[in-house]
Design a protein around this ligand. Structure first.
Ligand SMILES: Nc1ncnc2c1ncn2[C@@H]1O[C@H](COP(=O)(O)OP(=O)(O)OP(=O)(O)O)[C@@H](O)[C@H]1O
Ligand SMILES: [Mg+2]
Length: 467
């Protein structure tokens, strides 16, 4: 089951808080315990030291007064309740002990006893018959390398126990209360922070291809969610643009195909009505053929464009000698240029190799030269140039033709865009040549640019990465 972000956020947040507060409480209690034990150890060792000074005679004998307790009180002011003192002889038998040890004695675990024999002092916690364990120091009295007695001083954990119980009573409910309050506040804050997400979801759900002009409300805060909303708005805008382009393109394409079809239909109907006029029928047929050619050209161009859209990234990558392609195309256009009385020259044809699709690159060069000749009146000049600049192959077509106005220049690479609709119709253009060129250049990782001065001429430059 998937929980909402809000639930998960609050859950992790409170869990983390709970665990850290518990850890804090534990570390705090542990440190407190350590400090207590440190202080107790200091106390019991100083009592043990005083004891040793008191019970040892200058002769090296151990002297234990009869009324041990009274002595303890007199000498140390020790309140013996809670402080447990006993003196042992070297073999471990008890010589004397405080009355607080009435009825039992402090046990000496074997390792402690062994340590004492070797002269080492041991601190440890010892269980007793009483309710509380004892913190005990066991210190040997050694004279001239000989163990003469063992002194043990113990202090009960009694008071401390109470403190720790109290601490637990305060800490645990405190921690729980903190967690509950923080959880409630966190739950509320999470809802507040996530509210814009709900709004974004609502809007996104409403948007379909039909109302791509809808946008997510802009008044969400400019944080991560605000950026998400802005990004989604940008995405919707791009979608809207592409949808619009597709609609426009479909409309243009149908229109371009409809015109020759209408002409065809009209001409054929006329021919049918003219009965036996063979000459007229021949004229109609040849004119029909032209319209059919035109339609084939449009359909083929559309197919090319569609193919390139699909192929994107999966283009053939074979070495293509661009100079050879150019020489070939130049040969092809010589006749047309001559017929149009346009001078067609190659200024430079440097051997350059480009990795790509031979057919497409040839098409790119073809379309550019075709345009240059088509849009250059007789007596004009078209110059072709293939050079290399570093790692870039540069193909340039320069003409002295009609040129393109600055208002039209940004659109000439759009599909079906023609500057002069009426004139180009006779020339036969569909307005697809340059958009195909641009796609080809970009598919090869290159660019296609145009510069033009109306009335003076145009220059088209294709830059392609050289192999
Ligand atoms: N060298 C040029 N000189 C002047 N105008 C040009 C030149 N090349 C292109 N244009 C303008 O840009 C428009 C778009 O060119 P594009 O090659 O895409 O279409 P087309 O030549 O009209 O048709 P198609 O190439 O599909 O037969 C042309 O209609 C023309 O107005
Ligand atoms: Mg063209």
């Amino acid at each position: 089951m998937a929980f909402s972000i809000r639930t998960r956020l609050t859950f992790w947040y409170t869990t983390l808080l709970f665990v850290s507060l518990l850890a804090f409480g534990a570390i705090f209690s542990y440190s407190l315990l350590k400090i207590f034990i440190y202080r107790i150890d200091n106390q019991i060792i100083s009592i043990a030291d005083m004891m040793i000074h008191t019970v040892i005679r200058p002769s090296g004998q151990i002297f234990i007064p009869r009324d041990f307790d009274i002595m303890l009180e007199r000498y140390f002011g020790v309140r013996t309740a809670g402080s447990y003192i006993q003196v042992l002889e070297p073999h471990g038998a008890v010589i004397a002990k405080s009355s607080s040890l009435e009825g039992f004695s402090i046990t000496v675990p074997p390792p402690t006893y062994r340590a004492a024999i070797e002269g080492a002092t041991t601190y440890e916690v010892v269980k007793t018959v009483g309710k509380y364990p004892l913190r005990v120091v066991t210190k040997p009295i050694i004279l001239d390398g000989r163990l003469i007695a063992i002194v043990q001083v113990g202090s009960s954990f009694e008071g401390m126990d109470e403190i720790f119980h109290l601490l637990a009573y305060i800490l645990l409910p405190g921690i729980l209360a903190c967690v509950v309050v923080a959880g409630a506040v966190g739950w509320f804050l999470a809802r507040k922070a996530l509210r814009p997400v709900a709004e974004i979801t609502d809007t996104a759900r409403k948007i379909t291809a039909e109302n791509l002009d809808e946008r997510i409300r802009a008044d969400v805060p400019q944080d991560e969610i605000g950026r998400l909303a802005a990004t989604m708005n940008e995405m919707i805008e791009r979608l809207e643009k592409s949808f619009q382009q597709i609609r426009q393109f479909t409309g243009d394409a149908s229109h371009e195909l409809k015109t020759p079809l209408t002409i065809l239909k009209g001409e054929i109907e006329m021919a049918l009505r003219s009965k036996d006029d063979v000459q007229y029928m021949k004229e109609v047929l040849s004119s029909s053929l032209e319209e059919i050619d035109r339609m084939s050209y449009i359909v083929k161009s559309l197919l090319d464009l569609a193919k390139m859209d699909v192929e994107k990234g999966a283009l053939a990558r074979e070495p293509v000698r661009l100079d050879k392609v150019l020489a070939d195309r130049h040969e092809h256009f010589k006749r047309l240029a001559f017929d149009s009385a346009v001078q067609l020259d190659i200024l430079e044809n440097r051997p350059v190799t480009v990795l790509g699709d031979q057919v497409r690159l040839s098409q790119l060069i073809y379309n550019l030269i075709d345009n240059a000749i088509k849009y250059t009146p007789s007596g004009g000049k078209v110059e072709l140039q293939l050079g290399q600049d570093g790692q870039t192959a540069i193909f340039r077509v320069k003409d002295t033709g009609v040129g393109i106005s600055p208002e039209d220049l940004p659109y000439i690479f759009d599909r079906f865009y023609r500057v002069d609709k009426a004139r180009t119709r006779e020339v036969g253009g569909a307005g697809l040549g340059l958009s195909i060129c641009k796609e080809i250049a970009e598919a090869h990782g290159g660019t296609l640019n145009a510069e033009s001065v109306p009335g003076k001429g145009s220059t088209f430059t294709a830059s392609l990465p050289a192999a």
